[in-house]
Design a protein around this ligand. Structure first.
Ligand code: NDP
Length: 245
């Protein structure tokens, strides 16, 4: 998908929510969507990082974004419904939802899995995404064509030793996408996953501390797949597990 070339105005008049928009791939996606005309809603944990992305979007001359500070670990169902109501009031519709934020947790042998961190990872990587999606569906149905993208991983498509809860959570992500995509067949809402592949971010550095980051693609380089799935060129694409590299 690296060869897809998005038109400059691909996302004009679209409103797109990106989770984990303050850093890494989410940050690059927020900037790319804004650059292609979208009004971006930046959701994340660290407000300072979101503000820096906000400033960069304004500086590049893109539509004014919005900031939603939210820690998916502590968020309640009510938080998501309140957010959906605000989006409906302010924008009238939501055209895109990129579930990007996730937690890696500790890697190691299965027998070392700790219950509290297993529950945290499932909450951030799976439960939060399910409840957020549920809350946002009514406002997404107001868009002519809406796209939901979940972020998977190679270890969400084939299990790998020592990847523990992160891997289970990514398999659950693929499952959630398939359930939703089947339910929404023939409707205005399409649902797909992207496996970014090895990408130069903090999470990757944490998982592979001995690796030279310079050998990896940057988050900016993998944006074609994200743009393709967010824009109307992918209207016929539903229920697919794509790879960005
Ligand atoms: P980073 O760790 O660089 O960025 C993750 C982002 O998610 C940060 O902005 C972080 O916010 C946010 N986030 C994490 N936890 C929470 C939370 N509890 N509530 C709200 N926001 C949160 O990760 P990447 O950019 O590398 O990864 C993005 C996605 O791509 C993830 O889903 C990851 O699993 C997936 N992926 C990445 C690969 C890679 O090689 N990089 C490979 C395969 C999949 P803050 O900075 O404030 O903590």
């Amino acid at each position: 998908m690296l060869e897809y070339q998005a038109r400059k105005d691909l996302l004009t008049d679209k409103t797109i929510l990106v989770t984990g928009a303050g850093d890494g791939i989410g940050r690059a996606a927020a900037l790319a969507f804004a650059e292609h005309g979208a009004t971006v809603i930046l959701l994340g944990k660290t407000v300072k990082k979101l503000e820096a992305v906000y400033d960069q979007i304004i500086a590049q001359g893109s539509p004014t974004p919005a900031i939603v500070p939210l820690d998916l670990k502590g968020a309640t169902e009510q938080n998501y419904f309140d957010m959906a109501e605000t989006i409906a009031e302010q924008f009238g519709k939501l055209d895109g939802l990129l579930h990007n934020a996730s937690q890696l947790g500790a890697l190691g042998p299965f027998e070392h899995i700790d219950l509290a961190s297993l529950e945290d990872i499932m909450k951030v990587n799976v439960t939060a995404q399910a409840i957020m999606t549920k809350a946002l569906l009514p406002v997404m149905r107001k868009a002519d064509n809406a796209s939901i993208i979940f972020t998977s991983s190679s270890v969400g498509r084939k299990g790998r030793a020592y990847w523990g809860p992160y891997a289970f959570s990514k398999f659950a992500t693929e499952g959630m996408m398939q359930v939703l995509a089947h339910e929404f067949e023939g409707t205005s809402v399409r649902v797909n996953t992207i496996n970014p592949g090895a990408t130069r971010t903090e999470m990757r550095a944490k998982a592979y501390p001995a690796e030279d980051p310079q050998t990896l693609k940057t988050a900016e380089q993998i944006m074609p797949t994200y743009l393709f799935l967010m824009g109307d060129d992918s209207i016929e694409t539903n229920g697919q597990a794509l790879s960005a590299q």
